[in-house]
Write a protein that binds this ligand. Sequence first.
Ligand SMILES: C[S@@+](CC[C@H](N)C(=O)[O-])C[C@H]1O[C@@H](n2cnc3c(N)ncnc32)[C@H](O)[C@@H]1O
Length: 242
Amino acid sequence: MNEDIGPVLRRVYGRRRGKPLNAARQQLMDRLLPRLLLPVEEGDANLDPRMWFGPGVRQVWFEIGFGKGEHLAWQAQNHPDVGIIGCEPYETGVAGLLSEVSARNLQNVRIWTDDAALLLAALRPGSISRAFLLFPDPWPKARHHKRRFVSPDRLDILSRALADGAEFRAATDHEDYGEWILRHMADRDDFEWLAERPGDWRGRTTDWPQTRYEAKALARGAKPLYLRYRRGARGAGPAGGD
Ligand SMILES: C[S@@+](CC[C@H](N)C(=O)[O-])C[C@H]1O[C@@H](n2cnc3c(N)ncnc32)[C@H](O)[C@@H]1O
């Protein structure tokens, strides 16, 4: 895979604002969000994300499109020695995560309110130890498939930011997007699918809590795909691929 990713164009297609926030959530947006927002500027390409966390943080994880933030907050609470960066352009979602951060007094969460790919591209190569893409917008119409987060250029950007051996978790309840993700990942030589038996993609591991979107999908009778990949070692043969 090519680590020279070139200029990255902003691609955020979903809505950014919902109903007006209630007073408590607006206060969190005004007072807490500025303390957690990441100071990244155009042209940054080699930022070490550990500098944004306290000295006890030994690795940094990354969630793309955290929705209302339940999964991210669970991971942060259960892994206090990990710094977690969450990306979500939807204001109501950001306020939801802030409410979790405040209620659980989480110290190890940082937030990016724009396209996750812009931030990934600003990070030092190999600086993220785990990434999550849970129930991304499926964009079912063929003419919208180019909006899907899983695409060759975005996977290049993600792969560059991931450390050797880092895990990438993806899930979807959308059959066509599931096949799309499997196909795009199978085309790459920098990721190895960790599944050994059907149970591995039919269910979550115990360190993978349910998301809000997933709960709604399950209630409809959907059967999501849960995918775990390992980022191959750089320059280490077929899985390395640089
Ligand atoms: C279907 S929702 C799923 C939310 C959550 N992961 C869950 O499972 O409940 C997809 C989320 O991805 C966010 N999103 C879309 N494009 C994004 C991008 N380029 N970077 C970061 N987040 C994005 C959307 O705002 C939306 O909240």
